[in-house]
Write a protein that binds this ligand. Sequence first.
Ligand code: RB5
Length: 150
Amino acid sequence: MKIALGSDHGGYQMKEAIKAHLGDGPHIVFDRGTGGEESVDYPPLALDVAEGVARGEYDRGILVCGTGIGMCMVANKVPGVRAALCNDVFSARASREHNDANILTLGARVIGLGLALDIVDTWLCTEFAGERHARRLEQLADIESRYHKK
Ligand code: RB5
């Protein structure tokens, strides 16, 4: 899978750790910044990854900020993105099985690194369950299309 990573300063260390963790695996990882711990605004960083996922340049995105909340809010503004803030493994699994989440957001000031890496691994390897959940995602897309007329 092609996976884009992004963070602000609050998530920088965790983003770097996720990049190192995924480094030896089968995935192609794209680090979209930020590149250090200097304070930066999270919206442009989240938007960059979210637009890349929506355009199909990346299969999935992982965004990290202090809480994961700001990243999730921005990413979900982009049509076609289904971003899920998951600070536990159960939610990470469900966000894939039920919601076909294509972006995972994490709160680096909320959870530790060990848990974050477990969440990432679970999220990346869990498949969408389809069936009744697919019907619900169609409804979600219908709602989205009402507010994003071309
Ligand atoms: C930055 O201080 C912090 O607001 C940001 O990382 C994030 O938690 C926003 O949702």
